[in-house]
Each structure stands twice: as structure tokens, then as C-alpha cells.
Design a protein around this ligand. Structure first.
Ligand SMILES: Nc1nc2c(ncn2[C@@H]2O[C@H](COP(=O)(O)OP(=O)(O)OP(=O)(O)O)[C@@H](O)[C@H]2O)c(=O)[nH]1
Ligand SMILES: [Mg+2]
Length: 538
């Protein structure tokens, strides 16, 4: 396999592609792992220490001002690199639940998932939720148990927890030898070799593993010491006897998760992980359409769907990018395509591939790839773009219903335009939802978010990206419902309920509690309210 340009048309550009998302509870090490993978791919030269205060280097995938300051990921990033003939698209996602809508959308663009587990903590709440989304889509799930350089829980315990809680099988590709200060390395079960931790380093050179049968006590004693050797041989014996057989089909169906132990920060076990992952994970999959059909990656016509919109990724450009996952065919720069929701032909201008906020223009791209295109404000999340005449319309991406609300008022009338632009753009990204007093302007905006932290992000982005400050008053509403079109809300009996409209002038009601919702329904005979968004809330 080689790069697309080296390859003839009849070689397989699609089957060599791997598109996956890295998911987990906050802080398990997703961004750190992403960076080490990029190092191996040669896509970056040095990894920024994610939370290193001493240096001002930051992880390439955490580019937003607030991400750098707080050392957390707020928005997902997409990066592409070549590795041993594979073309790899990585999606690093935020772990914090307040940003989970972004993570869910990004998962829709991935064909497999890498679940990172902190070895001291095991499965955490957010990992649990994200696992469910993967399980629903039946995508392969690979597990990277991270931070073995710190004291870890018993590996049997960790694996048992995965099987019990997630109802899947696991297959340990390697096995840790100790943890924390006594971490000696890992034993590679398939290739029967030992990778010693003492040789770990932070560069991108390869670690040399030592081929070693478990019966070779001399070599083992030299590598890890007699005590560890005894533990390891006993544990591997137990593992061989008790664990599932390796079965590629089950991996592809998401029923068996290959498990790897390592330390992303110390670049330990990352390379072997990458190699096995690329070999075992699936090439691009098809995607279901609204009419119940499915577009396959091998369909010759180009089709893609928008899963993310992001403004101001690069201060030098100050523009908005719509990220598309290509589902089928081949994208060619300069050709006209059809935007289904907009109902017209579009030029996908300045198509680019991303390296966090670094961009390079792409001339061709294939199913599995993610491209960013300049968005003049026409795309929505979930939209389909395809070859004219193909008439595919992909399934919606689920929207979340906002649960926290605040009233935001501009304070500087000189900056009215920037305020409106900022609030509108950020809402078009789907990071916030905006509503207004019925039949009024943009001076007062009701902002709804899924989690409180999104208010902080809004404030920080409005300031750094649009130069605007505002007054914000939290409101104690927690529920939103849509009013059916045929009902005039001014005729309803509303007690401590707020009536607002969105940009399309659709009517919504905000409630402080389930009780208030029930009260309203009881006091307005025959009133049936609709769920927020496309009802795909999870
Ligand atoms: N000791 C140790 N620390 C690690 C390891 N991997 C990551 N870390 C640290 O764990 C912290 C969190 O790492 P991140 O990579 O930002 O975690 P994340 O999963 O991307 O977090 P969110 O994006 O905020 O959900 C950082 O301080 C890392 O340096 C590891 O293998 N060992
Ligand atoms: Mg992160």
C-alpha cells in the first residue's frame, strides 16, 4: 500500500482508510494518546505537554483558547496521517459531559472507537455513556488501558469490569507487568515478546521488543526479574485458560474488544497499539439514508454528511468550516456538488484537510476521509452533500435537548453587530441554542445549553473571537418543549412558563420542572407539546 497519489486507480484507496474516534471520561488521556499517534505518523515533530505549565506548547488537538488554559478538550478535532500504507483519520473528542453533544456527533463520523481507560480508575460514568452509543452503532471498540506508570488496579479486575459492565468479550493483546514504580513493561501475547518500560522514551523512535517464550526463565529474569516473571507466567496461564478466543468477526461487530495496556504520556505501548489497531479495525462503512436505504463506501458517486461546524479555528482566517465525512465515492476539488437541504448546487470551496487548526488544501479525497469546506453559513449539522442526481439524504444526527438556560444581554450598543454575529455563529455550530422574546430582536437572547461549562465557553469565545462582553443572568428553567405549529401560544394559559421563539419563529416553552410541564398540560385542554430537536436525544 502507498499514498493515493502513488497508487493506481484500481488499487484500493478506500480499504486502506481507517477513521476512528478516541473516547473516554475526562482526563483518561485521549488527547495525549492522539498526540503520540500523530508522532508515529510523522504528522507532528514534538508533542506539546497537554497540561505542562512550564512550557507554552499545547496539544495540537486542543487549539481553542480555553482548552489551552484549562488543559481540557472542549471541541473535537480531526487529524489525518499516513502510517505504513494506511491513511488514518483520528477524531479526538472531549470527555466532559457538558460537551458530549459534540462527542456524539463526532462518533457518527467514525467507523470504530478507541476507548481510553485510566488504569487506576477503571470504567467511569462518561465512558459508560459513550460505550452505549458505540454499541448502538455496532462499531468495533478497541480499549487502551492507560497510565500504567501510575499505580493501577489489578488488570484482571479491569478486564472483568469491562466484560461485566458492557456485556462484551475482551481479548488482551498485551499484558502489563506491574504498575506504578514497579511497572516493568508489557508482554505481547500474540508475538510472544516483552516490551520493557525501562526503554521507554518520549520520541518517535521504535522500541525494540525482545522475543521471549514464557518458558525462557533466563531471559525473563534478566528483563523483568524473577518475582515478576513468576507473576507474569501465572497470570498469562490464567488468562489463556479463561479468556475469549480471538475472533476478527466479533471485533468487527463490536462484540469483542481488543485490549491494550500502556502509558500514552510515556509513549509506551502506543506503537504496538497503532499497528494492531490498523490491522484489526474495519475500513470505512456505509451510512443509512432517511428513506431506509444505505449508501455504501464503494458507491461510485460522491456523498458526504456534515457532522460539525466550527468558526474561527484559525485566527488568521476567521472563517467558518463545515466538516464532512465522506461516505462514498471520490471527492474532486473544483467540481459542483449538490447540497440536499439547501436544494442547490454548491462549489465546495477551499476544501481542506486538518491538522488541528493547520490546513492543507485537498484535491481529491475518498470515502472515510473527513474534509473541511468553507461554510458561508449555508450548512447545518447532519446535512447531505452529494453528486447531483444521486438523491441520497442521510439520517439525522441526534440533537440534545438543552437543560440549562440563561438570559444574555448585550451591554455595548456599539458592538451590536459583533454580538449578533458571534451568538448566531456559535449557535449554528450547535454549541448553544438561541431563542428570543416573541417578535423581537437580538438585544436579549435566551441561551440554552446541555451543560453549564458551555456558558463559560460561550463567554470566553465571545470575548476572544468576537471582542464582545455581555451580561448573563442564569434562569431556572430546565426543560424545553416545542409548540406545534397550529397552536398560538398567546392563547395558552401559561403560569411561570416562558414562551420564546427560535430564529425560524418556531415557538417553544421553557419549564422549570416536570411538575410545571404537567401543570401546563393539565390547564390547557388538548395541548400536546413536541420534543426539542429531532427527538434523537440520548
Ligand atoms: N502518569 C500519566 N499521566 C498521563 C498519561 N496519559 C495522560 N496523562 C495525563 O493525564 C492528563 C489528562 O490527559 P489528556 O490527554 O488531556 O486527557 P483527555 O482524555 O484528553 O481529557 P479531556 O479531553 O479533557 O476529556 C494530563 O495531565 C496528561 O499528562 C499516562 O500514561 N501516565
Ligand atoms: Mg482531550
Amino acid at each position: 500500500m502507498g499514498t493515493d497519489t502513488e497508487m493506481g486507480e484500481n488499487e484500493q484507496p478506500i480499504s486502506r482508510r481507517r477513521t476512528f474516534a478516541i473516547i473516554s471520561h475526562p482526563d483518561a488521556g485521549k488527547t495525549t494518546l492522539t498526540e503520540k499517534l500523530l508522532l508515529y505518523g510523522g504528522a507532528i515533530q514534538t508533542a506539546g505537554s497537554v497540561k505542562g505549565k512550564a512550557s507554552d506548547r499545547h496539544a495540537v488537538s486542543d487549539w481553542m483558547e480555553m482548552e489551552k488554559k484549562r488543559g481540557i478538550s472542549i471541541t473535537s478535532s480531526v487529524m489525518q496521517f499516513e502510517y505504513e500504507g494506511y491513511c488514518v483519520n483520528i477524531l479526538d473528542t472531549p470527555g466532559h459531559q457538558d460537551f458530549s453533544e459534540d462527542t456524539y456527533r463526532t462518533l457518527m463520523a467514525a467507523d470504530s472507537a478507541v476507548m481510553v481507560i485510566d488504569a487506576a480508575k477503571g470504567i467511569e460514568p462518561q465512558t459508560r455513556k459513550l460505550f452505549r452509543v458505540c454499541a448502538m452503532r455496532h462499531i468495533p471498540i478497541f480499549t487502551f488501558i492507560n497510565k500504567l506508570d501510575h499505580d493501577a488496579r489489578d488488570p484482571f479486575d479491569l478486564v472483568d469490569e469491562l466484560e461485566r459492565e458492557f456485556g462484551i468479550g475482551t481479548y488482551c493483546m498485551n499484558w502489563p507487568i506491574g504498575s506504578g514504580v514497579s511497572f516493568k513493561g508489557v508482554y505481547d501475547r500474540d508475538r510472544r515478546r516483552i516490551l520493557t518500560y525501562a526503554d521507554a522514551h518520549r520520541g518517535r523512535d521504535r522500541l525494540a521488543a525482545t522475543e521471549c517464550e514464557l518458558t525462557d526463565t533466563g531471559t525473563l529474569d534478566r528483563l523483568i526479574g524473577p518475582e515478576e516473571r513468576e507473576t507474569l507466567t501465572a497470570q498469562i496461564e490464567l488468562l489463556d485458560g479463561a479468556s475469549f478466543d480471538f475472533d476478527e468477526k466479533k471485533v468487527a461487530e463490536g462484540k469483542l474488544s481488543p485490549v491494550f495496556f500502556g502509558s500514552a504520556l510515556n509513549n509506551f505501548g502506543v506503537e504496538t497499539f497503532l499497528e494492531s489497531f490498523l490491522r484489526l479495525s474495519s475500513p470505512p462503512r456505509g451510512r443509512k439514508t432517511k428513506d431506509g436505504g444505505e449508501v455504501s463506501p464503494d458507491d461510485p458517486g460522491f456523498s458526504a454528511f456534515v457532522f460539525k461546524i466550527q468558526a474561527n479555528m484559525n485566527k488568521a482566517h476567521r472563517d467558518r468550516i463545515a466538516f464532512m465525512r465522506i461516505v462514498s465515492g471520490r471527492f474532486e476539488r473544483g467540481r459542483d456538488y449538490y447540497h440536499v437541504q439547501g436544494g442547490r448546487e454548491v462549489k465546495l470551496s477551499r476544501p481542506q484537510q486538518m491538522m488541528a487548526q493547520e490546513r492543507s488544501i485537498v484535491d481529491v479525497a475518498y470515502a472515510g476521509d473527513i474534509i473541511g469546506v468553507f461554510d458561508p453559513g449555508i450548512y447545518g449539522i447532519g446535512d447531505t452533500v452529494c453528486e447531483a442526481g444521486m438523491s441520497a439524504e442521510f439520517e439525522d444526527i441526534p440533537t440534545f435537548s438543552p437543560e440549562c438556560f440563561a438570559l444574555v444581554e448585550q451591554i455595548d450598543s456599539m458592538k451590536r453587530k459583533q454580538f449578533a454575529k458571534g451568538i448566531t455563529q456559535i449557535s449554528q455550530e450547535g454549541a448553544i441554542r438561541i431563542f428570543f422574546e416573541p417578535e423581537s430582536g437580538m438585544e436579549k437572547v435566551y441561551v440554552g445549553v446541555v451543560g453549564q461549562l458551555q456558558f463559560d465557553v460561550l463567554e470566553s469565545r465571545m470575548k476572544s473571537e468576537y471582542g464582545v462582553e455581555y451580561l448573563m443572568r442564569p434562569l431556572d428553567f430546565t426543560l424545553i418543549k416545542k409548540v406545534p405549529q397550529e397552536i398560538d401560544p398567546s392563547k395558552l394559559y401559561l403560569y411561570e412558563v416562558k414562551w420564546v421563539q427560535d430564529v425560524k419563529k418556531d415557538n417553544y416553552l421553557l419549564f422549570s420542572s416536570e411538575w410545571s410541564l404537567r401543570y401546563t398540560i393539565e390547564h390547557n385542554e388538548g395541548l400536546e407539546l413536541l420534543p426539542y430537536g429531532n427527538g434523537g436525544n440520548m
